[in-house]
Write a protein that binds this ligand. Structure first.
Ligand code: C2E
Ligand code: MG
Ligand code: MG
Ligand code: MG
Length: 280
């Protein structure tokens, strides 16, 4: 049993805590070489129009394939990368790779849906973040309106002044912004009117309870009312059943993302779902 003394306090570390620390350090070390070793990939998950299933957007989701450990989910390594600051380099890489892929599809004559990319708090806090996004869009000749940045409530509120400045600048450029996992963060509704947000993504936690659970109904209806009043679009996340889709459709939700429609998939598989506009 390890023991450490700091400031007169004695902390006892349980073996499982040491194990967790070791695991974190291992992940951190492995992440340092992941980009250089070509271990990261961007997968895509379509967002569909609930009325007819048309793919209107696709979310870029990072995947990490470690040579020994296999697939590690972003749910596991992104929080570590957020703590170490590595999430900035990962985020840069994801944006670049997703735009590169978009540009490749465009060149091949595909009708492209909008691209949604997740942004971490540390990225948003960089003073040159909007310019970086602008430069990446120009590099790949992608129109700003084809990009939607997904930001969580916690990231916005981590340093609200910087975040607001960045969002206003991006909005001027024509880049769209979404609040990810809406309703699970601090959820002060006041901030919604201060940030130029185009889309609210209703978190899977609420969608899970549709159509049965009364509270999830009420919360989802409240989110829809707020979005409607503020002129924001709504995407329901984690839609897995036709009953959920029916409920959302009846409540005039426009878009859904979930395993009922598509799972996240590699670029080559996604291409088969896109509309070729060129027939030659
Ligand atoms: P998120 O941005 O909220 O992404 C949605 C997550 O829900 C994805 O998990 C997706 O695979 C999953 N999902 C979608 N539909 C369903 C469904 O019907 N059922 C279930 N059970 N899950 C569904 P994924 O890809 O594992 O990513 C987890 C989280 O990791 C993301 O949540 C996001 O917060 C973070 N993440 C992923 N890629 C990036 C990235 O490039 N940058 C940053 N900063 N974070 C990322
Ligand atoms: Mg997201
Ligand atoms: Mg989400
Ligand atoms: Mg999430």
């Amino acid at each position: 049993r390890a023991q450490a003394e700091s400031g007169g306090q004695v902390h006892y570390f349980r073996p499982e805590m040491q194990e967790a620390v070791r695991h974190r350090v291992q992940l951190e070390e492995a992440l340092k070489v992941a980009i250089g070793n070509d271990e990261l990939a961007v997968w895509f998950q379509p967002q569909v129009r609930l009325t007819d299933g048309t793919i209107d957007a696709m979310e870029a989701l990072v995947r990490w394939h470690h040579p020994e450990w296999g697939m590690i989910s972003p749910g596991e390594f992104i929080p570590v990368a957020e703590q170490t600051g590595q999430v900035v380099a990962i985020g840069d890489w994801v944006l670049e790779e997703a735009l590169r892929q978009m540009s490749e599809w465009r060149d091949a004559g595909y009708q492209l849906p909008r691209l949604a990319v997740n942004v971490a708090a540390a990225q948003l806090q960089r003073p040159d973040w909007p310019e970086r996004v602008e430069a990446a869009l120009e590099r790949w000749s992608i129109p700003p309106a084809a990009l939607e940045l997904e930001i969580t409530e916690a990231s916005l509120l981590a340093s609200p002044n910087e975040a607001r400045a960045a969002l206003v600048r991006l909005k001027e450029m024509g880049v769209r912004q979404a609040i990810d996992d809406f309703g699970t963060g601090y959820s002060s509704l006041a901030y919604l009117k201060e940030f130029p947000v185009d889309t609210l993504k209703i978190d899977k936690a609420f969608v899970d309870g549709l159509p049965g659970a009364e509270h999830d109904h009420s919360i989802t209806e409240a989110i829809l009312a707020v979005a409607g009043a503020l002129g924001q679009q709504v995407v329901a996340e984690g839609v897995e059943t036709t009953k959920q889709a029916d409920w959302l459709r009846e409540h005039h939700v426009d878009w859904a993302q979930g395993f009922l429609y598509y799972r996240p998939m590699p670029a080559t598989e996604l291409m088969a779902c896109l509309d070729p506009t060129r027939t030659t």
